[in-house]
Design a protein around this ligand. Structure first.
Ligand code: AMP
Ligand code: GLY
Length: 423
């Protein structure tokens, strides 16, 4: 009898987690809350508020869950893991104090600096005059960030100092980000490609996963607005296992030591957003959860038992884990609703998912889908589906993913056509 796992969340990342858990020998059952039509094919889905700690604990009790796996940041920040810990229910994810590393950019910078991790020089302040004066110490482009979570809109990259001065006043005087922008981080611009590196942490130790590259802009050639992520691939050529091992020593272990010393040992996923600059990798940000859509490529690439890995994080034994990876590469293409990341319609019928999913080495993860009253699959979010394929190398994975994309259709469907191109 394998462990009974509850996945909290209902996007593409959670479908990928559920799918990989369902194929783990250590896992006996996968349930989810609130889940989505993809997760519903793996086991029961429960219509509760994933950010309600009492509701999640009660469900875990009722369903005799052995391990709760929290996908998104909102339930972490809301204290779902704190509540589960009080009830003695093992969970994958940090307590609210740990999730603060994502919830406050100033806190994240303090930890990075205290741990000696390489990052951009910065000034953090809630004072308008101090912020304006601080801009003089930086060179263009200027980076002005709201301290708190601002739905992905809190970062302004400004080409002139006048624009940066406006960005400071927008946040601190005009309060366009509300409380999230009541304090700012102004920092040095980091130039180079971005990479996502995930560490599965148990409070003192971390086991690192294969690095991935995300595509954050809406349009081909990195044009258009910032999004949650429009595609990804792994592994990243030139970013090998030895580089990962070095970054574990340079970033992950010192940061875990710093957090433990402050009385908040970190368990769960620590996501390091890195920029590969001319002088080496530097930290852009931390997140307290798996990346979306990077998880949709990293987990299909993982050959080891995901259930055992997440259990080791929850119970303090990642040091005993030795991960294995498949040969080849994985790519995912996000199919988004017309208008995303701006306004978009929902309830639009989707065709072709079964046909695409049946292709060799292809997996279609549900991100923003639902079933209508007649049981038909319809759109229910900005990012709708993550069309994922494994291949002999990145080019082969990319070709297979785009072949699968061509089988799927819905009114207004948009996607980038350059995911994993030229790698
Ligand atoms: P964040 O919300 O911190 O993830 O920032 C959103 C995006 O802004 C990042 O993915 C980067 O593309 C960009 N960005 C943030 N900080 C910097 C920086 N210091 N230098 C260059 N780009 C940045
Ligand atoms: N794909 C970026 C993120 O998950 O934050």
């Amino acid at each position: 009898m394998g462990r009974r796992v509850l996945v909290v969340g209902g996007g593409g990342r959670e479908h990928a987690l559920g799918w990989r858990l369902a194929t783990s020998p250590s896992v006996g059952a996968v349930e989810s809350a609130p889940g989505n039509p993809g997760l519903a094919e793996l086991g029961p889905v429960h219509a509760i508020d994933p950010s309600d700690p009492q509701a999640v604990s009660a469900l875990a009790d009722e369903r005799r869950i052995d391990l709760v796996v929290v996908g998104p940041e909102a339930p972490l920040v809301a204290g779902v893991v704190d509540h589960l810990a009080e009830r003695g229910i093992p969970a994958f994810g940090p307590v609210a104090a740990g999730a603060h590393i994502e919830g406050s950019k100033q806190f994240a910078k303090e930890i990075m600096v205290a741990a000696g991790a390489p990052t951009a020089g910065y000034v953090a302040t809630a004072d308008r005059d101090e912020a304006q004066a601080a801009l003089e110490r930086f060179a263009p482009p200027y980076v002005v960030k709201a301290d708190g979570l601002a739905a992905g809109k809190g970062v302004r990259i400004c080409t002139t100092i006048d624009e940066a001065r406006e960005a400071v006043d927008d946040a601190l005087v005009r309060r366009v980000f509300g409380e999230a922008g009541a304090s700012l981080v102004i920092e040095e611009f980091l130039d180079g490609p971005e990479r996502s590196l995930f560490g599965v942490c148990d409070g003192t130790d971390a086991v690192l996963l294969a690095p991935a590259q995300d595509y954050k802009r809406a349009l081909d050639g990195d044009g258009g607005l910032n999004t949650g992520g429009m595609g990804a691939y792994t592994p990243v050529p030139g970013f090998g296992l030895d580089d990962v091992a070095r970054l574990r020593e340079l970033i992950f272990l010192p940061v875990l030591r710093e957090l433990a010393d402050r009385g908040t040992p970190y368990r769960g996923l620590l996501y390091a957003g890195l920029v590969e600059t001319a002088t080496g990798p530097r930290l852009l940000e931390f997140n307290a959860r798996f990346g979306d859509p990077e998880t949709q490529v990293v987990l299909p690439h993982l050959a080891s038992d995901l259930g055992d890995l997440l259990w080791a994080s929850a119970t303090g034994s990642v040091g005993e884990v030795d991960l294995a990876w498949h040969d080849g590469a994985v790519a995912t293409v996000v199919l988004a609703s017309g208008g995303y990341p701006g306004d978009y319609a929902t309830g639009v019928p989707i065709t072709g998912v079964e046909e695409a999913d049946a292709l060799d080495a292809v997996q279609v993860f549900h991100a923003g889908t639902a079933r209508d009253g007649d049981g038909r699959l319809v759109t229910a979010g900005g990012r709708v589906l993550d069309v994922t394929a494994r291949g002999a190398d990145v080019a082969d994975a990319r070709a297979r993913a785009y072949d699968a994309v061509r089988r799927i259709g819905f009114d207004g469907m948009q996607h980038r056509s350059d995911i994993a191109a030229g790698i």
